[in-house]
Design a protein around this ligand. Structure first.
Ligand SMILES: Cc1ncc(COP(=O)(O)O)c(C=O)c1O
Length: 384
């Protein structure tokens, strides 16, 4: 008898791990382009060899949390709530955004609770709740509505039983956004039903069209924002994520959960994150320029191959869903791309959306080589 509790790998990770071919290009990458350590440390006069390799503090250093406040205020907080300014006490750091999300779920949810999540989505937003015995009410995004949703659709899934509303904007994997106006309506719903609200804003700084994407979520004491080094900043190797909230009691609980997990962030990562956040304008500008260039490349590609591919251009972030129209279907395309060209393409079913879509990552500097491989596939396999 198997006495172990069963945990499944997140679907997109399980799929990537199951591929035996040698992958050299990830066309579904969810991050902006990474920098080398050498390029990052050049930005800062700090001598990294002097870092004291002690445990870091439980919350993360004051300097790091101050840098996170500034980053959050620049990219997320609306002008209105800037007067109610943030302090480092409103921030707790984690080893990545995923650890932060897991801690939030653990502090908020009990078996039998209901949560509202949008699909397709970052898989753990659903699987963590299911694993905890919660029921998940799903707002289905679809291409016909350009991946947008109405506030009525969301409210139709909410009731006094709703414990948590999970928002993610710019959205993984559709590239849709919750603008300032919509954020007000969503916040009003959370307040009406007195549920907790997660604003997963890991790609918030990738706002290359400078849309009005700021929000006032943190004026509500049951709201929390999640940020991370990996997505807009492209620094997934600096394993630091964070939460920002005005609810001190909740933050204390999150620290207690973290103390049974990673305990604290790495002192080396902490120094690197401070350096990156102090230079975030420069890093984000570079990354956003590359995303815009890549959007242009994809537009040209889709214009040329419009009998096989279509998409809704993303509004922000570095992800989009592309529909594959070839008769063999997206899963055959994905297998062939991996086995014959070493290119990873993740079908949308891994994110909870059936149909012939795949996630396209727009943040990487090898995107044009990946598109070249897709062209080769079209020439070699002659899909119709
Ligand atoms: C929407 C979303 N939130 C959170 C995370 C977690 O970020 P990290 O993997 O850096 O911990 C991811 C990662 O893919 C994500 O896509």
């Amino acid at each position: 008898m198997n006495e172990l509790t069963t945990f499944d790998l997140p679907t997109h990770i399980a799929y990537s791990q199951s591929i035996t071919a040698n992958i050299t290009i990830n066309l579904s990458h969810s991050c902006a382009q990474a920098m080398s350590l050498a390029d990052l440390v050049q930005l800062s006069p700090v001598d990294f060899t002097n870092i004291n390799l002690e445990y870091a503090s439980l919350r993360g250093s004051e300097e790091l949390r101050l840098a996170i406040c500034r980053y959050y205020q620049q990219y997320s907080q609306s002008v209105l709530s800037k007067s109610n300014s943030l302090s480092p006490d409103d921030v707790v750091t984690f080893c990545g955004g995923q650890e932060a999300l897991a801690a939030i779920y653990q502090t908020v949810l009990k078996p039998g609770d209901e949560i509202v999540v949008f699909t397709p989505c970052y898989p753990s937003l659903i699987s963590m709740a299911e694993q905890m015995g919660c029921s998940v009410n799903i707002v289905e995004l679809n291409q016909a509505n350009a991946w947008q949703f109405s506030i009525d659709e969301v409210e139709s899934l909410m009731s006094a039983k709703t414990k948590l509303l999970v928002l993610n904007s710019p959205h993984n994997p559709t590239g849709g956004v919750i603008d300032t106006n919509l954020s007000k309506q969503l916040l009003a719903l959370a307040i009406k039903y007195q549920c907790y609200l997660i604003a997963d804003e890991v790609a918030q700084a990738s706002n290359y069209y400078q849309l009005p994407l700021t929000n006032d979520y943190l004026s509500y004491d049951k709201a929390i924002s999640v940020g991370v080094m990996s997505k807009s900043l492209g620094l997934a190797g600096v394993r630091i994520g964070w939460v920002v909230s005005k609810n001190q009691a909740w933050l204390s609980q999150l620290i207690a959960v973290k103390a049974t997990g990673s305990i604290c962030i790495s002192a080396i990562d902490q120094a690197l994150a401070i350096c990156a956040l102090m230079h975030s304008n420069e890093i984000i500008d570079n990354n956003n320029r590359l995303i815009l260039k890549n959007i242009d490349l994809v537009k040209h590609f889709i214009n040329e191959y419009n009998h096989l591919f279509e998409w809704v251009e993303p509004k922000a972030g570095m992800l989009a869903l592309v529909k594959y129209l070839g008769s063999e279907g997206v899963e055959v395309l994905s297998a062939n791309m991996a086995n014959n060209y070493g290119v990873l393409i993740l079908p949308s079913k891994l994110f909870g959306l059936s149909g012939n879509f795949f996630r396209l990552g727009l943040g990487q500097n090898n995107l044009s080589t990946g598109l070249g491989a897709l062209k080769d596939y079209c020439t070699d396999f002659k899909p119709t």
